[in-house]
Design a protein around this ligand. Structure first.
Ligand code: HEC
Length: 192
């Protein structure tokens, strides 16, 4: 009797996994975890490169590092995986980081959520899109004091000049501490 019950359990377990893979139910909790781990890596690498170059060579030189490293690190993290990782903003510095329609609307919602009392650092959003084939995740990026050197409303003239050389259409100044500077934006292609 015991044998037949355990056989039945094994059968059920097998049936469940088969069933799950057949209909391809995405595990959203798992995807959110993956996205958060990627963001931790990206934010950590960016910040340490930024702090180090500001300390060693000053903020104007750190612009070069930001311009070169931020897309490079993002690319390296996503390379060879189904993930794409990047940053976007309602007031972008790099026009390549302009939001698409979906990202734009999510950031508007983030601003509203902040107004309603949520802490910006904990605001995020995820959604299955494209008929459950693309998972998208966004996480708000708060402006810290360190960021004001290059994104605040009192940017020093030498830094301003360097920024304008790289980004003639820069919109990313005038921020105050705790403003939403932008958001991390990630996508994972789930199946073809
Ligand atoms: C040394 C100057 C400098 C400092 C300090 C700095 N940034 Fe930036 N930031 C830049 C540059 C340059 C870019 C454009 C990088 C690129 O080409 O992707 C940028 C781009 C960004 C973007 C991508 C969206 C956009 O506007 O193009 C975000 C988000 C961002 N910064 C957030 C921050 C935050 C948060 C801090 C503080 C922790 C910070 N930055 C500090 C120079 C700086």
């Amino acid at each position: 009797m015991r044998l037949s019950i355990s056989l039945f359990v094994v059968f059920l377990a097998g049936f469940n996994t088969l069933h799950a893979s057949e209909v391809n139910v995405p595990d959203e909790k798992m995807l959110v975890q993956e996205a958060r781990v990627l963001i931790k890596g990206y934010a950590g690498q960016l910040k340490s490169a930024l702090v180090q170059s500001m300390k060693m060579d000053g903020a104007a030189a750190a612009i070069d590092v930001c311009a070169r490293l931020s897309p490079e690190i993002a690319f390296a993290l996503g390379e060879g995986s189904p993930w794409t990782i990047g940053r976007t903003s309602l007031k972008a510095r790099n026009s390549a980081s302009e939001p698409d329609e979906w990202e734009h609307s999510i950031m508007e919602i983030f601003l509203q959520r902040q107004k309603n009392g949520e802490k910006l650092a904990t605001i995020d959003h995820y959604e299955m899109t494209e008929k459950n084939t693309v998972f998208r995740y966004m996480k708000a990026i708060p402006t810290g004091n360190l960021c004001l050197t290059c994104h605040g409303d009192n940017v020093a003239p030498d830094i301003k000049k360097r920024i304008a050389d790289y980004y003639p259409d820069d919109m990313a100044t005038g921020f105050k501490a705790d403003d939403m500077r932008g958001a991390f934006t990630l996508q994972k292609i789930l199946s073809e």
